[in-house]
Design a protein around this ligand. Structure first.
Ligand code: CO8
Length: 257
């Protein structure tokens, strides 16, 4: 499909999707979800892309779901709008490539939820995070009630969800909502460097770490460990064999084994 909202760039095994509707602070509308779902599905079929970076154009990564589009919906339409968005964000978690959110500015409501569905969040020092749905008489609809407590703990999550307070990047770092804060002009370099670092590691191991950690988070401890042991073993006759041999031979590994 032709993308109107997403600007896509692919270089050196790293795809960057920039959400570009800055006149509405990149608010998430139906068209965005169609494009994002299509793009993630296309990435799943591409071995040449190792890492995805998601960011926004202008002063927001995303300032929330599109309030103009949501307003006036019926109960049924509201639920359907929520389910479509949830499925699209879930596809980022299920994608077999790490996804980095490069949070350039406002990440509010659905924008914060988008960042939550990414694997690693790196923020500009100017970024602002918040779940302001309660100001609109709403609750989050793209899984912040589920992902936020799991990521930053119930107390921090309920604080953000119940107060709608916007927090800065340093507070987000302290809460564990983001993993790194950098100066605004360094954001894309830092995100790309991080992506390149991950892309330099064993491709199969990278995929399996994401899959095992994400699946394991939804399993009991024993089942998670069983999954880990299975996938650990699965690397011994290919990439892991090469990685360990290279270490012993004091040379860089060749991952295309
Ligand atoms: N939806 C639609 N348009 C928006 C949104 C939005 N979420 N946010 C900003 N815009 C528009 C503004 O209306 C404005 O348009 P215009 O120029 O035509 O008037 C333009 O973007 C620029 O915005 P501002 O002039 O307001 O910019 P400021 O710098 O003054 O303020 C803020 C920036 C503080 C970010 C402010 O725009 C704001 O408060 N935005 C709304 C934030 C918000 O409440 N987000 C949560 C939305 S609800 C949500 O995300 C629920 C997700 C789950 C939905 C589940 C589906 C059912």
């Amino acid at each position: 499909m032709t993308y109107e909202i997403l600007k896509i760039a692919v270089a050196d095994g790293i795809a960057t999707a920039t959400i570009s509707r800055p006149q509405a602070l990149n608010a998430l509308n139906t068209r965005f979800f169609q494009e994002m779902a299509d793009f993630v599905a296309s990435l799943a079929r591409r071995d040449d892309v190792r890492v995805l970076i998601v960011t926004g154009e202008g002063k927001a990564v995303v300032a929330g779901a599109d309030i103009a589009e949501m307003s006036g919906k019926t109960q049924h339409q509201g639920t359907e709008f929520s389910k479509k968005g949830q499925a699209t964000f879930r596809s980022l978690e299920l994608l077999d490539k790490p996804v980095i959110a490069a949070v350039n500015g406002f990440a509010l409501g659905g924008g914060c939820e988008l960042a939550l569905a990414c694997d690693i969040r790196i923020a500009s020092a100017k970024a602002k995070f918040g779940q302001p749905e309660v100001n609109l008489g709403l609750i989050p609809g793209y899984a912040a009630t589920q992902r936020l407590p799991r990521l930053i703990g119930l107390g921090n999550a309920l604080y953000l969800l119940l107060t709608a307070e916007l927090i800065g990047a340093e507070d987000a770092l302290r809460m564990g909502l983001v993993q790194k804060v950098v100066e605004p002009e360094q954001l894309m370099t830092a995100a790309t460097d991080l992506a390149k670092l991950i892309a330099s590691k064993g491709p199969r191991a990278v995929k399996l770490i994401k899959r095992v950690a994400r699946q394991g988070a939804l399993l009991d401890f024993e089942s998670g460990c069983a999954l880990e042991a299975d996938k650990f073993g699965a690397l011994f006759e290919n990439e892991g064999a090469e990685g360990m041999k290279a270490f012993l031979e004091k040379r860089p590994p060749k991952w295309n084994v």
